[in-house]
Design a protein around this ligand. Structure first.
Ligand SMILES: *[C@@H]1O[C@H](CO)[C@@H](O)[C@H](O)[C@H]1NC(C)=O
Ligand SMILES: *[C@@H]1O[C@H](CO)[C@@H](O)[C@H](O)[C@H]1NC(C)=O
Ligand SMILES: *[C@@H]1O[C@H](CO)[C@@H](O)[C@H](O)[C@H]1NC(C)=O
Ligand SMILES: *[C@@H]1O[C@H](CO)[C@@H](O)[C@H](O)[C@H]1NC(C)=O
Ligand SMILES: *[C@@H]1O[C@H](CO)[C@@H](O)[C@H](O)[C@H]1NC(C)=O
Length: 291
């Protein structure tokens, strides 16, 4: 027989135990309280940079976990851009001295980052830690860039695509003739399919084909980014989209008002920007249920 007093002590202990288990469970949930769903999975939003004017053209340098981006330093109607970077584990933002730098592209394999501005293209070695980048091309006003073995860039204001073989000194840019359209964005996914956007919308050009396949849905885009698995993501005006290749439509995986730019960190987490901040989305921990 257990004496009455001991029984109530046991009850209290059990109660405290249940309470504390309850608390740890609810703490776990709290961590992900303001979570958002990405492809049906809960993600936690972590603001990385705030109070910044229109951060654009995000690019992540995996080798040293550095995020590069441009942002606006102009006053009122006159847009002037600066290129800045920050390390993954710090919130300190540093500016680079690039005149009206706007576009960014990363070549992780060769440890090089490229910047484009209205006076040309610059090459930067993040591992060497300098504040200046080396100018490798003049007289081109660069709108956006994409790196895949070569540096692809769109010249402003004519909106034509050029390629630059950056592995040879003094190489000159060449028009990519098979893209005859005036375009805003260019990208290549992990299956070597190319994507272009113009005023009508988004088109896919399959490797080895010249046919333009229109993807329906969103039709205004501010960025494209390829994740670590080779899937291409599109940044619309108010959301992030992926392509459904079966019915050629775009599917929104996350709604973000006024999204500006998009990239992925080295764990394949989404990094995006809106007109005043840069945010990373981390998957919420899935609590394993014990039976
Ligand atoms: C360069 O060095 C400075 C000072 O040590 C540091 O604050 C900065 O983050 C470094 N930059 C890079 C790109 O490593
Ligand atoms: C390109 O030029 C740099 C210095 O200007 C030199 O160090 C490098 O070896 C050259 N590369 C090639 C492939 O010629
Ligand atoms: C097409 O795919 C092949 C490999 O399958 C690749 O070598 C080639 O560069 C691709 N073309 C484009 C335009 O990406
Ligand atoms: C966009 O490109 C497609 C594919 O070449 C073309 O059919 C369409 O007319 C273009 N739109 C504009 C506004 O130029
Ligand atoms: C395309 O396929 C996706 C996934 O199966 C579906 O959700 C979407 O409604 C389809 N869109 C159209 C226009 O059929």
């Amino acid at each position: 027989m257990i004496p009455r007093i001991n029984l109530s002590v046991i009850c209290v202990i059990i109660f405290i135990l249940i309470e504390s288990i309850d608390k740890t469970v609810s703490n776990k949930n709290d961590e992900c309280e303001n979570s958002v769903l990405v492809k049906g999975k809960k993600h936690k939003k972590v603001v990385w940079v705030e109070n910044i004017d229109r951060p654009y053209q995000l690019a992540f340098y995996q080798h040293k976990e550095i995020l590069f981006y441009s942002y606006n330093v102009g006053i009122e109607e006159e847009d002037t851009f600066k290129i800045a970077y920050l390390h993954k584990h710090s919130y300190e933002h540093h500016d680079l001295e690039i005149e009206n730098g706007f576009a960014t592209a990363v070549d992780d394999e060769n440890h090089v980052v490229y910047f484009g501005g209205n006076l040309g293209i610059y090459k930067y070695h993040p591992d060497k830690n300098r504040t200046r980048a080396e100018k490798i091309l003049s007289k081109y006003n660069v709108w956006t860039m994409f790196f895949r073995k070569k540096l692809y860039f769109i010249k402003y204001p004519i909106q034509r695509l050029y390629e630059l073989d950056v592995h040879h000194n003094k190489s000159i840019p060449e028009r990519v003739k098979h893209i005859h359209e005036k375009i805003y964005l260019y990208g290549i996914d992990g299956n070597h399919h190319q994507y272009i956007t113009n005023d009508t919308g988004l088109y896919q050009i399959k490797n080895g084909s010249s046919e333009r396949i229109r993807y329906h849905g969103e039709h205004v885009f501010r960025g494209m980014a390829v994740d670590k698995k080779g899937e291409i993501y599109f940044c619309g005006k108010h959301g992030i989209f992926v392509a459904n290749h079966h019915n050629h439509t775009l599917q929104e995986i996350l709604h973000v008002r006024n999204i500006f730019g998009l990239t992925f960190d080295n764990h394949n987490n989404i990094i995006y920007s809106n007109p005043y901040e840069i945010v990373t989305l981390y998957p919420c921990e899935t609590t394993k249920k014990k039976n």
